[in-house]
Ligand binder design. Structure first.
Ligand SMILES: *Cc1c(COP(=O)(O)O)cnc(C)c1O
Length: 383
């Protein structure tokens, strides 16, 4: 079990996010060590967590940013990221967002459709600049069989279908305000096996060879993100297996010496360093169940309600008590506001602190004010 400074928690308004910055730093150091190749560039997918305290560490570690909105571009530049180290993806970029990205000197637009390309070209012409673009390709890799959160299937809204790519590339080559940089892929999230990444490499190799035969070269290959983490046992795997992940691309991608590989990691960078700390309001005895009603809900951590996700729950106030089963539920007026059914926990009392682990990614950033609740505070911890 991770150690928490419980004595300090009594002073704080619950629920709140609690970040272990030492673990974040160790994670970033491991990414640097394992992605050591000169042509590997890691961009942090800022949608996972845009807390300024977290962003500053990631910026200091030298990573770039993968943004999916104008707001994220602003959050990144405010945290000190240079525009040239930001790549900008998303199926629905508005004119204002495109203008902002060009103003900030964006490193690359990841373009997802022909009309988007035309809008970027028109705005770049208006501003008198050249827009660097990569094309997000839908590789039609079915990761769904493994129950991943898939985005790489052709029926998904993301990316350009492989069959339509030649037409889009042809159109781009005729636009003076567009500079073609490369190809972009992103097959899904919380991928815990190596095989889908190997399949992605094979697809990319085939595609790059096919276009090389036609005389078209890509300077950057962006393989997206998706590396999964251990939600079941965060203390066993506090840092994801970056070594294997980067080795897969090193061994399987056939690259020219000057070709760059871009990675867009979100969850694997920040998930394990964050916990949501909540207080038990009531222990309610039902006819057949015992409920631990806590003061955090789907408003602070929506992943369980949204994707049926499960975060490890720990009773950090009394870790040594007799074990009982509890349904751990929040106060929000929705039946899906439940963090766990039949959780085996050391005896829970009113006032105990529970930690919902691995909540650093897609946690605080997705918080809402539903039921007129205040947004959660965040606190940082270093050992
Ligand atoms: C969400 C997203 C990522 C990050 O995914 P993780 O699973 O958090 O690593 C990377 N690239 C794109 C385009 C995304 O939309």
């Amino acid at each position: 079990m991770a150690r928490f400074p419980i004595a300090d928690f009594n002073e704080l308004r619950t629920p709140f996010y609690f970040y272990d910055l030492s673990l974040l730093d160790r994670t970033l150091a491991e990414i640097k060590r394992t992605a050591r190749d000169a042509n590997f560039k890691v961009h942090y997918a800022i949608k996972a967590n845009a807390n300024p305290g977290i962003l500053r560490r990631i910026q200091a570690a030298g990573l770039g940013v993968d943004a999916v909105s104008g707001g994220e571009i602003l959050a990144a530049t405010e945290a000190g990221f240079d525009g040239s180290k930001i790549v900008y993806a998303g199926v629905g970029k508005s004119d204002d967002e495109i203008r902002l990205a060009l103003d900030k000197g964006i490193g690359c637009f990841n373009v997802e459709s022909l009309p988007e390309l035309e809008a970027i070209a028109a705005i770049a012409t208006e501003l008198g600049v050249k827009a660097p673009v990569a094309f997000r390709v839908n590789p039609n890799i079915d990761a769904h069989t493994h129950e991943y959160i898939t985005t790489g299937l052709s029926e998904n809204k993301f990316g350009i279908d492989l069959e339509l790519l030649p037409g889009v590339l042809d159109a781009a080559s005729k636009l003076d305000s567009i500079r073609i940089k490369g190809l972009h892929f992103h097959i899904g999230s919380q991928i815990t096996e190596n095989e889908p990444f190997v399949m992605l490499c094979d697809t990319i190799n085939r595609l790059v060879d096919e276009y090389a035969a036609k005389g078209i070269r890509f300077d950057t290959i962006n393989v997206g993100g998706g590396l999964g983490i251990d939600y079941a046992d965060p203390d066993r795997h506090p840092i994801p297996d970056f070594e294997t992940y980067f080795k897969t691309f090193r061994n399987h991608l056939r690259l020219r010496p000057d070709q760059e590989v871009h990675f867009e990691l979100g969850r694997s960078v920040v998930a394990q360093c964050g916990s949501l700390i909540t207080r038990v309001l009531y222990v309610k005895e039902g006819l057949s169940k015992r409920f631990a009603i806590v003061d955090a809900g789907m408003t602070e951590l929506i992943r369980p309600a949204l994707y049926n996700a499960h975060h490890k729950i720990e009773n950090i106030s009394s870790p040594a008590g007799e074990m009982h089963h509890y349904d751990v539920v929040g106060p929000i007026c929705e039946s899906s506001d439940c963090f766990g059914k039949d959780e085996l926990l050391p005896s829970v009392r009113r006032g105990d602190f529970l930690a919902l682990r691995s909540a650093g990614a897609y946690g605080e950033i997705m918080a809402s004010q539903y039921n007129c609740r205040p947004l959660p505070m965040s606190y940082f911890f270093e050992t």
